[in-house]
Ligand binder design. Structure first.
Ligand code: DQQ
Length: 532
């Protein structure tokens, strides 16, 4: 699989992914001196022609100036008219304040934009009055409206109220804080790595960040530092009064891109295939000592396309189609009954690096058990009833990175409940038996899937890549990413099973699975500097 990770350092994500002249760029937070986060963070830079195979370049931005001497933190790329990329990023200045700086490519005719130079007048956005020095960061990609002004959001907080400050500029140098934030919500803590972008109301295509009007809704994503979770809202934005009205009020139950280990994400518009593509930082679930021993920490999720669901209530996410470049040895079958308490090994693929799609057909659903309304948090329900706890319909799903005797397994499964007159679909990712090793974060994740099992099959797609498992339930309505470190179920000793621990049988209506070849990543290669 393709994971831009660092051989010798800490990577914590929130890249400024961007497309420019035939090349995809991935910038990301990087500590060149060791595998853990530090107070000397740089911008690393990799490039790709297919979002699968990546070539590392020299570090793009280093902490060298008074305005970023104590680290170059997250930010975003924007393509200005005339096809000119610029980066806005957070610098920790010599007074340890978070300020926002501008950098531009040194040589636009270098197709890989290897060198970036900082604006000598940095910072272009200073810490606002009344905001703590470490509460102001992560400028978004900018968007332009017909009044000729650019806008960005900067994440912040004041007294635990999360804030999306909005700034306007006509020249991308002089920025003015708009008198009211785009949004603020009490009690959430600081908002990191905000993202703000339009999505079509009636298409799966992506759309450029500056598009406005009745055919789009706007997504505001905020990362809650206190929970390490990326929440998003869908709403209506009108630039006239910088007014953003989310369709539903933000709460900690608000929609999340991913209900597992998935944070500090960033999206960008891919004009080649008209896609909005999302990438996130997937941190480690092992210990710092483990990270020091392995010499690196942090990787990023597989790129996802994202679009607005037809019901306009949530986003849909799906692995980009380029993953098919890495598929081999397809295995598939249809209509296979999975009796209560049974497993079905999926053989013929490399289970440690695989892509598997499975859908389940259920009958006599009226037998489903009632949802216990005393526990409403799906993650708690999944934590209380793991993959071995029998239900009626469920747990059924996949056992990934499983040892042959199932002592090690990462279980991604569903449970179906009746709740008054409708059905509820719960999706869980159970890491409790992912490894015989101790000292790991084996938190179980869970979320509901907004599908009606009377109307459609229960589908799951899971990407397995050694220590990362990314699952897409309900065709991409609910996503859960986990990090696991099996000791036996590794390499050729890893197995993949479909399983049903419910008392009711289910039918695998269709399964397709592939081995996924290794992508070319982190391989230095002399890339020709062909003048464009
Ligand atoms: N980590 C970055 C910040 C960002 C946070 C520093 C997100 O820019 O807010 O590496 O994890």
């Amino acid at each position: 699989m393709s994971r831009v990770l660092t051989n010798d350092g800490s990577m914590n994500m929130h890249p400024g992914p961007m497309y420019y002249n035939g090349v995809y760029h991935l910038f990301f937070q990087y500590n060149p001196f060791g595998p853990l986060f530090s107070n000397q963070i740089y911008w690393a830079h990799s490039v790709s022609h297919d979002l699968i195979n990546w070539t590392p370049l020299d570090l793009a931005i280093a902490p060298t100036e008074p305005f970023d001497i104590n680290s170059c933190w997250s930010g975003s790329a924007t393509i200005l008219p005339g096809n000119k990329p610029v980066i806005l990023y957070t610098g920790i200045n010599s007074d340890n304040q978070q300020v926002q700086n501008l950098a531009i490519p040194k040589n636009l005719s270098d197709p890989y934009l290897r060198e970036w130079v900082k604006y000598t007048g940095n910072p272009v956005v200073k810490l606002p009055d009344g905001i703590q020095p470490d509460d102001f960061r992560d400028p978004t990609t900018a968007w332009l409206t017909d009044d000729g002004k650019w806008r960005i959001i900067v994440g912040s907080q004041k007294d635990k109220t999360g804030i999306a400050f909005l700034y306007q500029s006509e020249d991308f140098i002089n920025w003015t804080k708009y008198d009211s934030p785009l949004l603020k919500v009490e009690g959430t803590g600081i908002w990191e790595c905000p993202d703000f972008f339009p999505v079509w109301v009636d298409s799966m295509n992506g759309v450029d960040t500056s598009v406005l009007g009745p055919k789009v809704r706007h997504v505001l994503k905020v990362g809650l530092f206190d929970y390490a979770r990326d929440y998003y809202m869908i709403g209506n934005y009108s630039p006239a009064k910088e007014n953003y009205v989310p369709q539903s009020e933000f709460t900690l139950g608000t929609l999340r891109y991913d209900y597992g280990k998935y944070y500090a994400s960033k999206s960008f518009f891919d004009p080649v295939k008209n896609r909005r593509i999302l990438m996130a930082w997937v941190n480690e679930s092992d210990s710092e000592a483990d990270d020091i021993a392995k010499g690196w920490s942090g990787l990023h999720s597989f790129p996802r396309s994202l679009w607005l669901d037809q019901n306009q209530k949530q986003l849909i996410q799906w692995p980009i189609e380029e993953i098919e470049l890495l598929h081999e040895n397809e295995v598939s079958f249809e209509d296979k009954k999975l009796e209560a308490g049974s497993t079905q090994e999926i053989e013929g693929i490399t289970a440690s690096q695989a892509d598997v799609k499975i859908s389940f057909k259920l009958t006599n659903l009226e037998e489903a058990e009632e949802l216990d309304h005393s526990v409403v948090d799906p993650q708690l329900i999944c934590s209380a009833k793991d993959a071995s706890t029998k239900g009626k319909f469920g747990p059924f799903g996949l056992l990934a990175l499983a040892s042959s005797d199932l002592t090690e397994q990462t279980a991604i499964f569903f449970r179906i409940y009746k709740s008054s007159e409708r059905y509820v679909v719960l999706m869980c990712s159970d890491q409790s038996r992912s490894s015989t090793r101790n000292g790991l974060d084996k938190t179980t994740y869970g979320a509901f899937v907004d599908i009606d099992p009377k109307q459609e099959e229960i589908s799951l797609r899971t990407l397995v890549d050694h220590s990362i498992v990314e699952s897409f339930g309900g065709g991409g309505k609910t996503c859960i990413t986990s990090r696991v470190y099996p000791t036996f179920a590794i390499g050729d000793d890893a197995h993949l099973f479909a399983f049903n621990n419910g008392t009711e049988s289910v039918v695998i209506s269709k399964l397709s699975a592939w081995s996924v070849k290794k992508a070319r990543i982190n391989i230095e290669e002399t890339i020709s500097c062909t003048s464009h």
